[in-house]
Structures are given as structure tokens and as C-alpha cells.
Design a protein. Structure first.
Length: 288
């Protein structure tokens, strides 16, 4: 059942705007931090926030966005589910002030804010090549997400910058899930050439990589180098700590609120796409 969660108490003063936030609440490890940032930025601007959980599925996403529109929100912040863009198309067609957050789309008719992916992932590959790795595997995310496709391009760019040829046998799709990543890791390690290092495209899949390496008795950091994209607290607590690119989650939330407020005040301005720079967090999982 679709449920909306108003964040405004009855005795609060009137608000300037009502912002609907549609996202898969449990879909990503950083969803809580992102939502807290959005709430804080909205409150500072005198805005009300209504949360709708999409369950990270296209069908539920459509239902909750309809509910938000029926609840007469002034604008929508949407973390899109993987799959068709019918919901985005509908919001754009109706002229609803909308900002896509985190998962950007390959389009220029809607405001969006995400993290830079191509050059960021290329830097992870270069970090491994500087440590003499030449057989570098890549576990990609859900191929229906533009974010995943950008990170594949980053992997290929990093190889090119290091003078290495792209080898399709060193790439497997982990479907942006821990189980999918475990299966992808197994396939890569059983294949030829077997990688000495892995680049993992998102935080959800790092769990699966860790699991499969542990199951096989492979020591990450000394026998297999692993680097990934995402900022997970557990990744800094495990031994060895994981080398990752940390997304500026709080900045994503703040910027998304600023963009939707700007769209509300100036509906005719050109759509804007913003890419924030991730932060490199060095651990011992890369072997150095």
C-alpha cells in the first residue's frame, strides 16, 4: 500500500513549498543520509517534505508519484528506479518541477544532480595500474541505469589511459545487488584471464565481492586487490579497509533542494545537470 509521510507538525508555521521525495528507502546504504540532508535543506528554506517509498521498482514508483501529485506537492525529488523512464516523462510533460537525484538519466529536459562517474572510475583503474596490475576485472551495475553505463565508460577510459586493451572477458554485470556481484566475482575468478584486481561499480555489490572472496579463502589486499564506488561505514571497519570513492551524499541532498526551489521560482530556465566530485578514501584492500 502506498503511504505518504508528512514531516510537518500541525503547529508549525505555514510553509513556502511542499516538496515530494520519491526514493527507494532501503535501496541504497546511503538513503538515510540523503533523506536527512534533503529534510534539513528543505526546513532551512521553510519547505515541507513528504516522503514516498518507491521500493526501487518502476511500478511502485509510478504509484507513489501519482500519490504525491494527488497530495498537491509543488515539486518532486526523484531517485529513479532502474527501468523505463515513463514516470520521468510524465513529470516533464506535466511541467512538474522535478529534480533527478543520484541516478542521472541520459536526457537534457529535466534538472538532475548526481556524482561524476566516468573520470572517477578511471582514477580507480589508474590507481591499480600504478601498482602494476594489468588484469583488472570490472563488476558493473544494472545496465538499465545511466549511472552504471557511465561507470563502464570510466573503466574503459582508465584502461586506455594506462595503455591497456579492453578485454570483455574481464567484465561481468553484478546487477547492482550483492548476490549478483557474488556470482559475477565467481565467474571472473573462474575465467581466463583471472583478474588480479577488481573494480566494483557500487557499494551494494562490494558485499557480494567480499563474500565470494571469503568463501574461496582469497585474501583481499594481498591476493586480490579490490576497489569500489560508494561510501559505506562497514567498508572502513572491515580488515582490510576498502579503497573507495565516497559520494558527497549530503551535498547531493542540499543541491537537489536548491535546484527544485530554483525551478519553482523560474519555470522557464534551461534544465541543469550537476555532477559532484566524489572523494577518494584509501584503504588497504588495493594492496598498498
Amino acid at each position: 500500500m502506498t503511504a505518504l509521510s508528512p514531516e510537518l507538525r500541525l503547529w508549525d508555521p505555514p510553509v513556502t513549498y511542499r516538496i515530494g521525495v520519491a526514493m527507494g528507502v532501503t535501496a541504497n546504504p546511503y538513503s538515510g543520509e540523503l533523506l536527512r540532508s534533503i529534510r534539513a535543506a528543505a526546513a532551512q528554506a521553510g519547505c515541507d517534505v513528504t516522503l514516498a517509498d518507491t521500493g526501487d521498482t518502476v511500478s511502485e514508483e509510478a504509484a507513489v508519484v501519482r500519490a504525491l501529485r494527488a497530495d498537491l506537492v509543488d515539486g518532486v525529488l526523484l531517485v529513479p528506479s532502474a527501468g523505463a523512464e515513463a514516470v520521468i516523462n510524465g513529470l516533464v510533460r506535466m511541467g512538474v518541477p522535478t529534480v533527478l537525484v543520484d541516478r542521472v538519466a541520459a536526457r537534457n529536459d529535466v534538472d538532475q544532480v548526481g556524482t561524476e562517474n566516468v573520470h572517477a572510475v578511471a582514477s580507480l583503474v589508474r590507481h591499480l595500474t600504478e601498482r602494476r596490475h594489468r588484469k583488472i576485472g570490472f563488476i558493473s551495475g544494472d545496465e538499465s541505469l545511466e549511472t552504471s553505463r557511465e561507470r563502464v565508460r570510466g573503466y574503459r577510459l582508465g584502461l586506455e589511459q594506462a595503455g591497456l586493451r579492453f578485454n570483455r572477458e574481464l567484465v561481468e554485470c553484478g546487477l547492482s545487488t550483492s548476490g549478483g556481484a557474488a556470482r559475477a566475482t565467481a565467474k571472473l575468478l573462474d575465467g581466463w584471464p583471472s583478474p588480479t584486481a577488481l573494480v566494483v561499480a557500487d557499494e551494494s555489490m562490494l558485499v557480494g565481492v567480499q563474500y565470494e572472496a571469503h568463501r574461496r579463502g582469497i585474501r583481499i589486499g594481498s591476493e586480490l586487490a579490490v576497489v569500489g564506488y560508494g561510501d559505506m561505514e562497514w567498508a572502513r571497519r572491515v580488515s582490510p579497509a576498502v579503497t573507495t570513492l565516497a559520494q558527497p551524499v549530503a551535498d547531493l541532498g542540499r543541491r537537489a533542494v536548491q535546484m527544485v526551489l530554483s525551478r519553482m521560482s523560474d519555470p522557464d530556465r534551461p534544465p541543469e545537470s550537476v555532477s559532484l566530485t566524489p572523494r577518494f578514501l584509501h584503504g588497504a584492500s588495493c594492496g598498498c
